[in-house]
Ligand binder design. Structure first.
Ligand code: SF4
Length: 351
């Protein structure tokens, strides 16, 4: 226990002098901390900062967020990726208005009931906004603890996760907010994934990985195979100077975002034939697929895509939302008002 106290104290002391200057650290408002934690899931701090500023200016309270449309929220989130987080945040705001009058819950049970809030996010909110003595274990913390205690079992295994969580729980002091943020900063700036700067680390004298020269090889992770590749198609239909765009179903990857009509290439058919069929199923219209305009590449967490855009002409029928949430003919200059994915924006830039 003495060693643990010692480690915690050194991290607290180091954090006092070396903490990163982050906007959500200048507040104790649980709503702002909630927004920042949702944005920080799977995303780098530097990427989040401008989005955080814009988001809390646009939606300064739980109430303003709950009152906004999903499209407004997705637009504010555009290009930040992992759009389920935006949908969850929006839903969580609506639920909090109904259940608590817009107050962020200060207990784990109620936080975990909100959409998109898992054990890490709940713990981060509880410790940072409400000063509860709970460990918040994110990727940075996992790496620091794996090295500090020379954990050699794969990070993905549940017994490794349990062990890390128990170690974090033993380390977390009364000043949980400062400690949790301190160990996160240590992982982000000193105990980095590659080339940790052990010479400047406040806990190097207690670090088993450093002692055994294992700091570059820990943590152990299972190797991932190459990402599967999908071929996607998009039809550019233009009538009376307006472009046909569709809104994706509100659930699933990129749910609620807008796109050009089209979808994944079917097996055993050409890109053009596949596009014809997908558009017919999506909107109930017949199109003739013409020349290829461009092809853009994009990678998601679990797969990568090549998106082929073709010029199309309408042959028959009027659009109906059969396999999409909504559709419309839009003036090209109005496209900026709709939330689109990065791949679709690349096509737009080309157009
Ligand atoms: S001594 Fe090195 S490996 Fe150990 S916690 Fe510090 S930075 Fe990480």
């Amino acid at each position: 226990m003495k060693t643990q106290n010692n480690i915690s104290e050194r991290i607290l002391k180091w954090y006092k002098r070396n903490q990163r200057n982050l906007p959500w650290r200048k507040t104790k408002d649980p709503y702002y901390i909630f927004v920042s934690e949702m944005m920080l899931q799977q995303t780098q701090v530097e990427t989040v900062i401008p989005y955080y500023h814009r988001f809390i200016t646009r939606f300064p309270t739980v109430e303003t967020l709950a009152r906004a449309s999903l499209q407004e929220v997705l637009k504010a989130w555009e290009n930040l990726g992992y759009y389920a987080r935006a949908r969850h945040l929006h839903l969580a705001a609506k639920e909090m208005i109904e259940l608590t009058g817009g107050v962020i819950p200060d207990n784990e049970e109620e936080l975990l009931r909100l959409p998109g809030v898992g054990p890490y996010t709940a713990a981060a909110i509880l410790s940072i906004a409400f000063d509860r003595r709970v460990p918040a274990v994110d990727g940075n913390v996992r790496r620091v603890l794996c090295r500090l205690f020379a954990i050699r079992t794969p990070l993905e295994e549940s017994k490794t996760q349990r062990r890390i969580h128990n170690l974090a729980a033993d380390l977390v002091p009364v000043k949980a907010s400062l400690f949790n943020q301190g160990i996160m900063d240590l992982g982000a700036t000193i105990c980095t994934p590659r080339h940790p700067v052990c010479g400047r680390c406040p806990v190097h004298s207690s670090c088993l990985a450093y002692e055994k020269g294992l700091q570059e090889t820990l943590p152990i992770t299972r190797k991932r195979g190459p990402l599967p590749h999908k071929q996607m198609t998009a039809g550019i239909l233009c009538t009376h100077d307006k472009l046909l765009i569709v809104q994706r179903p509100t659930k699933g990857l990129l749910g609620g975002l807008w796109k050009f009509p089209g979808g994944e290439r079917g097996s055993g058919v050409s890109l053009q034939k596949s596009l014809e069929k997908v558009i017919q199923m999506e909107l109930g219209i017949e199109v003739r697929v013409g020349e290829k305009i461009t092809a853009v590449k994009h990678a998601y967490t679990h797969f990568r895509i090549t998106l082929y855009a073709f010029r199309c002409t309408l042959r028959g029928g009027a659009p109906k939302a059969l396999k999409c949430h909504n559709w419309r003919w839009s003036d090209p200059q109005d496209l900026a008002e709709f939330p689109f994915s990065k791949a679709d924006r690349k096509i737009m830039a080309f157009l």
